[in-house]
Design a binder for this molecule. Sequence first.
Ligand code: CP
Ligand code: NVA
Length: 301
Amino acid sequence: MSSPRHFLTLNDISRDEFHALIHRAVELKALHRTGESHATLRGKVMAMIFAKASTRTRVSFEAGMSQLGGSAMFLSSQDTQLGRGEPIADSARVISSMVDIVMIRTFAHADVETFAQHSKVPVINALTDDYHPCQLLADMQTWFEQRGDMAGKTVCWLGDGNNMCHSYINAAKILDFELVIACAEGFDPDAKLLDGNKERVRIERDPKVAATGADLLVTDVWASMGQEDETDTRLAGLAPYQLNRALLDLAAPDALYMHCLPAHRGEEITADLMDDPTSVIWDEAENRLHAQKALIELLLA
Ligand code: CP
Ligand code: NVA
């Protein structure tokens, strides 16, 4: 049996595949809108393993599998033997012998890698402490729908150098855009990842300089899941990097802004931007559904 195809970071797909995936996601979105059947995965079962909370990821994967003619089962790591110390490798062998595809949201990225190494079926990273590649599929679909190709554009990341920021670094390389990361010292993304992408990615401490002329501004919470104890220090350290109207006014005239959600209004983004009728943030959230359906089709092809 050939080894399964995993999606642990964006580096698991090529530029051509990324473009094809977005194209298919747009197509699946249209089919969904018209109510036309697109049950390409009839009878397929997804196991969804969650060690962290989720709204969008759970709903989009579960609804997506169902709309493609398959089904999905929610497995909280707390309620399975994973939460009682059964080795990840053993769990992977067993779970992957019963389902067609697995999605995992957890803390250590190495845990998803271990699961994938021992899985007979494709494994999708649905967020780890280090990466959130599924969100980038949706973000990039949203950009393509509104503005076309990403190549040559400038993206300004504002705030914490977190899992989302890391996935933006990977996306910059694959889709060939420039990424300016505006963050405070002490909140930088992974140094090795930065170093490996120096030609397209740079740190800029001044958020105004970073936002000036940018085509897309992106932010995310300042304290990610698992960092709740650091909330006060993080809020204080990252306060100058709030995405607000003044910063948006410095960006390109037709700039878009995104947030993967959940958002903290008044912290990393202001309420007026969240609620602005021209915001694409809600399309971005919805596109999780369509982009991941295209991803599942790709991995199970
Ligand atoms: N953006 C995102 O992954 O949302 P959830 O945490 O609600 O899944
Ligand atoms: N950086 C955030 C993203 C949530 C979707 C977190 O990891 O909590």
